[in-house]
Design a protein around this ligand. Structure first.
Ligand SMILES: [Zn+2]
Ligand SMILES: [Zn+2]
Length: 339
């Protein structure tokens, strides 16, 4: 929002009450005060979770938290809804070892989880396997961002499996999902596109389904939620982030479309969700098995985490990571039993 627009909104009144508005939601023709904006956002997430079937007692959701605005907004809303519906939320933060960026992120996460009173599992990669992400990438001769993504996916899945979770929740917002989908169209990768719905399926004991609670939450709404609720968040970006990723260009373009056609982004993801069955029917059938070292999901004999760590350290480190996660999970089970 431009400063001028922010001042104009600040003077305006909420469409639902007498309080001053903090948000203008053009596609819904609403101006909302903090309380009504929070309610609006929580309803959006609640609707997605209802469609996926999470709003039930006993469900377990592992929430991946990075310290950024999206995952923090996601955790705050999940934690509120979990109290209302009786499902359980456990935060997971992975310390990647990317200098001050990682230190700052951890600090914010610990503060956030304390404030929300959400149990948070912190997994320090260097402490577990002896390497940070940049070190692992250098040794495996692979790009840092691709190794980072692989490490995060592996650890989150391993935590989910150990906890017997129903879902691993990711902080992807509407703008992210559109950018990933358009990128899949550009690459004509329908198999990939079919995975960008609000959730993906679980393969029991091997792979936990992904959940995207912010499926219908715009990036600016997610930022605004974090700001008006004063959530502790890291503003800095990862120093390894590419300077001009394709996703940013797509987001810019979609935002300019949204200016002329308010609601077009929301319509995009809703239509995407409706067409998922069709895209899935076009997707190439992928054969999955278990990694021969660690037992988790793998396209071949050896999963990509075991392959990369084998190259970097001389032996596959999946089993080590899994036993460390088992230990951490047992310790939070003990704590939750304690009075
Ligand atoms: Zn209001
Ligand atoms: Zn493995």
């Amino acid at each position: 929002m431009t400063p001028m627009l922010r001042r104009a909104v600040a003077r305006a009144k909420c469409s639902k009450c007498e309080r001053p508005a903090v948000a203008e939601i053009r596609y819904a023709r609403l101006r909302l005060c903090r309380e009504h904006f929070n309610e609006f956002m929580e309803k959006k997430v609640e609707r997605v979770l209802r469609r996926v079937g999470v709003l039930q007692k006993g469900r377990i959701v592992v929430a991946a938290v990075s310290g950024g605005k999206d995952s923090s907004t996601m955790l705050a809303i999940l934690s509120k809804l979990s109290k209302k519906y009786g499902f359980r939320v456990i935060g997971v933060h992975i310390v990647l070892g990317i200098r001050e960026y990682s230190e700052k992120s951890l600090e914010k996460i610990q503060q956030l989880c304390r404030e929300l009173r959400v149990e948070c599992l912190v997994i320090d990669l260097e402490r577990v396997i002896g390497f940070t992400v940049p070190e692992l990438a250098r040794r495996a001769k692979r790009p840092t961002c691709s190794v980072c993504g692989l490490v995060k996916r592996y650890i989150l899945n391993a935590v989910g499996v150990e906890l017997g979770a129903d879902y691993v929740a990711l902080g992807h917002n509407t703008d992210d999902i559109i950018a990933y989908s358009i990128k899949s169209f550009i690459n004509h990768d329908i198999t990939q596109l079919a995975k960008f719905g609000p959730s993906t399926e679980t393969i029991k004991g091997v792979a936990i389904g992904r959940l995207r609670p912010l499926f219908e939450v715009y990036e600016r709404e997610s930022l605004l939620y974090a700001l008006v609720n004063k959530l502790p968040i890291v503003i800095d970006e990862c120093p390894f982030r590419p300077r001009s990723p394709m996703e940013d260009k797509i987001k810019e373009f979609m935002n300019s479309l949204e200016d002329d056609h308010p609601g077009i982004k929301l319509a995009f993801v809703r239509r995407l969700e409706k067409r998922l069955g069709f895209y899935k029917s076009l997707a190439e059938s992928q054969k999955y098995g278990r990694c021969k070292y660690c037992g988790l999901l793998s396209a071949g004999d050896v999963c990509s985490f075991c392959r990369v760590t084998e190259k970097a350290a001389g032996k596959p480190l999946g089993p080590l990571v899994r036993s460390e996660i088992r230990r951490l999970v047992a310790s939070i089970r003990e704590r939750s039993k304690a009075p």
